[in-house]
Design a protein around this ligand. Structure first.
Ligand code: NAP
Length: 239
């Protein structure tokens, strides 16, 4: 795909992986709508990302768990930039703990963010992509989408579900010229799980490593579709 002038939505893009992806897309000349729940951080990120390259940047406050807010996000993007070519479903949270200690509210929050939120965004973006004759949807999953761990039930369920959702949707929309890929990162140095990025963990992946995979996917030749990418730190601490 020639990215210059194309339009992308990146969810959860004020920090971490989403922010790095948005920056990479702007630097390729794409017009990008960023979003997250915190209004001040959205406003600040719009200003900062505007300096990242030739592409234009707009922002919308959007909790992906709220279908009406997702509708407004897509409408805002179409109003600002005329359509949608690329959707990066990145917004996600992790809440960890034993099943009997996990509150129903926390379990629901993880599933609603990591799975329902992706469904809402795809439901709204696909008709817009069909109007443009095609597009690309990239879902940020996790290695936890295939590898189960104790105290990860909610997160595992959401990402296993996201992988299945992505594969089924890929088969559904490929004949409309819409590609679907999902990326399964291992440990990335971000704010994930309410942590602060930790510079001492230099073995971890960086958000820019995931952004690079996104660019590689978008640049893939029209006829080929790498539908699932696993990426992990090459030298994690030995166990
Ligand atoms: N870090 C890792 O090790 C790792 C590994 C594998 C996969 N991943 C996946 O990568 C994605 C991004 O994670 P990250 O590590 O970059 O996390 P992060 O640094 O915590 O950033 C998360 C971003 O998503 C936004 N967000 C959270 N909940 C949201 C909601 N309900 N609606 C809209 N935006 C929301 C946050 O802003 P607000 O709080 O203001 O909304 C923030 O901009 C997630 O899907 C995660 O599962 C991460």
């Amino acid at each position: 795909m020639n990215l210059n002038g194309k339009v992308a939505i990146v969810t959860g893009s004020t920090k971490g992986i989403g922010r790095a992806i948005a920056e990479a897309l702007v630097s390729e000349g794409m017009n990008v709508c960023i979003s997250a729940r915190n209004a001040d951080e959205v406003e600040q990120a719009v200003g900062e990302l505007g300096e990242a390259g030739e592409g234009s940047v707009t922002g919308a406050v959007c909790d992906v768990r709220d279908y009406d807010e997702v509708k407004a996000l897509v409408e805002h993007t179409v109003d600002e930039f005329g359509g949608v070519d690329v959707l990066i479903n990145n917004a996600g949270i992790g809440i960890f703990g034993r099943v009997e200690e996990t509150s129903p509210e926390d379990f629901r929050a993880v599933l609603e963010t990591n799975l329902f939120g992706v469904f809402y965004c795809c439901r709204e973006a696909i008709p817009q992509m069909k109007k443009r004759g095609g597009g690309y949807i990239i879902n940020i999953s996790s290695l936890a989408g295939t590898n189960a761990h104790p105290q990860m039930t909610a997160y595992n369920a959401s990402k296993f579900g996201l992988n299945g959702f992505s594969e089924a949707m890929m088969q559904e929309v490929r004949h409309d010229g819409i590609k679907v890929s999902y990326i399964m990162p291992g440990s990335v140095n971000t704010h994930f799980g309410n942590e602060e990025p930790d510079e001492s963990k230099d073995w971890q992946l960086q958000p820019t490593d995931i952004a690079r995979v996104v660019l590689d996917l978008l640049h893939t030749d029209e006829r080929s579709l790498p539908s699932r990418v696993e990426i992990r730190p090459s030298r994690p601490p030995k166990k």
